[in-house]
Design a protein around this ligand. Sequence first.
Ligand code: NAP
Length: 285
Amino acid sequence: MPAKLIKGDEVAARLREEMAAELEDLYEETGRVPGLAVIIVGEEPASLSYVTNIEKSCVSLGFNVQIHRLPVDVAEGELRRLIDELNFNSKIDGIMVQLPLPEHLNTHVILEALDPEKDVDGAHPVNMGKLFSDEKGYIPSTAHSIMRMIEFTRQPLYGKSAVLIGRSNIVGKPLSLLMLRRNASLTICHSYTEDLPAICREADILVAAIGKPGYVKGDWIKPGAIVIDVGVTQIDGKMVGDVDFAAARSVAGWISPVPGGVGPITITMLKWSTLEAFKKRIAGL
Ligand code: NAP
């Protein structure tokens, strides 16, 4: 039997329903809505399209959303001044800086300029530290989304063997900490890992976040495994994942498609965190 699909739209729709009900109650109580500011530098097509989708999605849920589009050669000082303004703007609960930034900008310096209380995409070192030390903080939206997808399968994580391919700050590293919290046993793989297929064959949960289309083959999958394909590469105008979907689906128990897997949930989780920041702000008024 082919693997069951983990459909991002379905997972995201459930989360949006929960948020919509809460937003309505909060608006009735306070007359306020959550505010999210997104900063994008330059015109890289994938980033522009992601930010446009954030804008549409926030508007449809009644958020106050501001998109700050800056030229590719913006000076670091100017970008930092904008972040300072947004840090002090009482109508803005969350700020996200779209990455990657152009090379002349120091990404660490820019992310450290964010107020950690408004860093809803979990990019500030304070929030990374909280994740490391099991404290409540903001989590990178992609890693957060992957956890929601695994919850959707209703399969327990404890005691399971999870293999993550990719060790980036937005996927592999934060996800490994989230999975450890749930008592999974982790193997994190990267470009220096030897015999990746053999490691993958032991995985009850396999997450591929590489950025190499079709890299993970069907015979790398353990029968019945949960397979989450994070990778997105554009080929001839089509989005292609890291996993050979057709071959993997015939072996796995659950699998997420590309497109229609992680992507739709990521923006929802960004809004989720912005709503959390908003609730904290109005609780403190
Ligand atoms: P990244 O920073 O480029 O990281 C890629 C990781 O893959 C690195 O850790 C790299 O290892 C590892 N890798 C590369 N070649 C490998 C190989 N042959 N074997 C094993 N590991 C290998 O990328 P990212 O930002 O995490 O994103 C990964 C993919 O996910 C991209 O396709 C991106 O577009 C997609 N993505 C999708 C969403 C979504 O919402 N759907 C969100 C974020 C990212 P080294 O560390 O050794 O270089």
